[in-house]
Design a binder for this molecule. Structure first.
Ligand SMILES: [Cu+2]
Length: 158
């Protein structure tokens, strides 16, 4: 805890020194989830920035919006179809960014406990190897609005 406090102090000094609005924390932003039906699946996306000085990993995600939550990577398979590969963890290098987006890494929501409609919100908690959890309120957006339809294997959802 002491180290962390020192890091925040140093970060504040750097901020005031150069005036750049750069964060020194772990942050997740621009999160959104696809609309979906109860008992079906959905996916959530976001941008995670590791502004800390430590390499870290995203090791899990939890939510009460679905029966199970997994981290997936969509990839084009040898047969030309999109496949989703479950990921144990995703590296978050110090100072790096990780974009979860259609056709790439995503948070897979398996077995929705209720319909997710445009304008609804769900809660996701991100778990890291080192950093403390981050809990996010994630708005539900129609996939069609984001131009990502069909890119990540979720287009077969009802
Ligand atoms: Cu998936």
């Amino acid at each position: 805890m002491k180290n962390k406090f020192m890091f925040v102090l140093v970060g504040l000094m750097l901020l005031s020194a150069c005036g750049a609005p750069k964060s020194n924390a772990m942050e997740a932003r621009d999160a959104w989830a696809r609309a979906g039906l109860k008992d079906g699946n959905s996916a959530a996306y976001m941008l995670i920035s590791n502004g800390t000085a430590q390499n870290d990993e995203l090791v899990g995600v939890s939510s009460d919006a679905a029966k199970a939550v997994e981290i997936h990577l969509s990839q084009m398979g040898a047969d030309g179809t999109m496949q989703m590969l479950p990921q144990e963890a995703i590296a978050l290098p110090a100072g790096g960014e990780l974009e979860l987006k259609p056709g790439s890494y995503h948070v897979m929501l398996i077995g929705l406990v209720k319909d997710l409609n445009l304008g609804d919100e769900i809660t996701l908690t991100l778990h890291f190897q080192i950093h403390e959890d981050i809990t996010l309120t994630v708005p539900v957006k129609e996939a069609a609005d984001m131009g990502g339809s069909g890119m990540d294997g979720h287009n077969s959802m009802p």
